[in-house]
Structure formats: C-alpha cells, structure tokens
Design a protein around this ligand. Sequence first.
Ligand SMILES: Cc1ncc(COP(=O)(O)O)c(C=O)c1O
Length: 390
Amino acid sequence: MSERHIYLDHGATTPVDERVVQAMLPYWTETYGNPSSSHHFGRQAEHAADSARRMIAGLLNARPDEIIFTGCGSESDNLAIRGVMWAARVGGRGNHLITSAIEHKAVLETAKQLQQQSGFAVTVLPVDQYGRVDPQQVAEAIRPDTALISIMAANNEIGTLQPIEEIGNLAYSRGVLFHTDAIQAAAVREWDMARLPIDLVSFAPHKFYGPKGVGFLYARKGVNLVAALTGGGQEDGRRAGTVNVPYAVGATEAFRLAMEEREANVAHYCHLRDRLIDGILQIGDDCVLTGHPEQRLPHNASFAFRGISGNDLLIHLDAAGIAASSGSACSTGNPKPSAILEAIGLGDEWTRGGLRLTVGQQNTDDDVDYVLETMPRIIATLREFSFQYA
Ligand SMILES: Cc1ncc(COP(=O)(O)O)c(C=O)c1O
C-alpha cells in the first residue's frame, strides 16, 4: 500500500472549504432556532435562511422565491421532474417527458418510475459518439402533450457539455419547460437565469466544496411544482421540512466562493486535466478519451481501456494511492458495463474499462506526474493478467 494519497475523484464529491465550515459554525449552537418559529430564535434563523436564499438568487440573477433548498442533488432532480410532470397532469397540460440516455440515475430512474408506475410517456434520446444530444432530435421528439425536457448540463462520467442554451431556446419556442441537471457543471460556468432559456436547474453544493446533505433547485417564477415532500408548507409549499439553516448557509457560501473564484479554478483544472489526457493517451491504442475532446468539463479526464476491467484498475490505482472512479460514484464497485460507454457506441471490449479522473483545487502538477508514472505500470500488469486468463 502506498504512503501517498492523491484524490482525483472530485466529480464524486469535494472536501468542504474551510471558509464554508467557518460560515456554518454559528448556526449549530448560536443561531439554532426553527426558521418557522415566530419568537426571537426563530426569527434569527429565518433571517439567516432568507439571507442565504437571497444570496443564491443574487448569484443566479434570479428571485429569492425561485430558490428551493433540498436535501441533495438527487432530490433537486426528483423535485424538478416529478414536480413538473405531476403539476402538468393535474393542470391537464401534458403527460410527456423528453430526456437523454446519458442522464444521471437521479433523472433516469425518476423518469422510469413515472413511466412504469404512473403512466407518463417518456422519450429517451440517444447521444452521439461524444455523448452530445442533437437539438434537432429534441425538436423532433416534442409532441403536443410534452410537458418537460430534461437534459443535463454536463455528464458526470465522461464530462461532455450539452448544448443547453440551444435546447432551451428550442423548448421556449415550442412552449415546453426545460430542466437541466447542473450538478457537475455548476461551478464551472456562469448562471444568469434572467438571460438563460432554462426553467429549472439542479445544484448539489458537495460538488463545489460545500457540505453533503443539501441541494438547491432554481425553479422559474410561475413554474408549478407538485411537492414530493408534503407537510408544513415550507419552501412555499414545494418542499416540506424544517429548513436546515447551517447547510443552507454552507451551500450559499460554497456557491459564492465557486462563482467568485471560478476563473482561477477553471484555469487550474484545465491545465491539470489536459496534462492527464495527453499523458494517459500515450499509453497506446488500447486507451481512448471518452466524451467530447473540447466541449467537456474543465475538471474531467475520462477514458476507456480495451479489455481491462475498470474495477481492477481502480483497485490497483487505490493501492498506489490514487483515488479515482470508473464513472459515477453511485455505480463504482458495480462490475456491469457502463451504460454511458454503451450509449456513446463503444463495443463490449471497452465498456467495462472506464476510468474517470476528476481534478480539484488542491491537486498539483506533482500529482499528475505521479499518476503518469504509475499508470503505464498498472496497465501493463492488468494486461498481462487478462492475457493469462483469456
Ligand atoms: C450529474 C449528477 N446528477 C445528480 C447527482 C446526484 O447528486 P447527489 O449525490 O447530491 O444526490 C450527481 C452525483 O454524482 C451527478 O453527478
């Protein structure tokens, strides 16, 4: 086992920024009231939750009542999709959802459940070899009863950025609501909701140096959502449950820092990502870059290796002190072929051999040097091994 520990799994989650921890601290033991209580303690907590909501709204160029705090990124996706689809059904405004084959399971499983258990119609669009959705195919899939299009801003496994503005404009021109899962892309671009043709956007602060266990959803004023969590009417009746004030404050501070420091972070990520891509592709023909060569997340370097098990690769990397992933954290340890690698058209000999390296703020050139020294040796060992047992 290695003495060295290099974390290259920032697409799974990030450490919490010390400044975020500091911002959250007073809200555990000092300002601990329930924001719904009318007394002094409650009013203090309500003020903190309101300030957090206003701050996020300001960063998104949105209105405070367009921000809904949730419990995680998955919940933001669930609320957007389930909430809009049920509201459309209740209002007699449609029954059909359009999404893509490479969405996160928080979207795809929600769509599947709506289809199988509640009789909603769902179209799952294919993607090209780079994992891009074709806006023309989105246009062709729209029906008179289409209530929502949900296409992610960036893929969690292969890092491909989707043409969300083009898809949003198209959705607007046809009077269909548009949701994007921005959970991977949140911290690497600007979100000017007064300008963007997007009605709902999902966020998860643990992907940008905020706490786990909190998410937020932007839902444009006038978009009706049927709540999945019913109860005390918090979040304007869209998500019941006492607002988690320390987490709302932490989410806000993380998002503020992410937006303020975006340029420097993105430049740092791109530098390390490009070094990883160039170095790893030199391993040879049995390794390909997955996802789009340019339209990709600044922090994501993803590959497929022919005839190699991604799980074995992860185990060897871990033993060498390198924490990586085969795709989404949710499916790591799962020996099934990657549905994303299948969707981009890779054959059986490639789809079990995915590797995702996602860099972060604390990674250095030294870390990249170590990975580039270590990888060829591991790949050679795994090849020898798979050859013996072939
Ligand atoms: C694109 C995308 N959507 C949704 C999620 C789910 O977010 P959470 O784990 O916060 O529920 C993730 C997490 O990896 C993700 O990458």
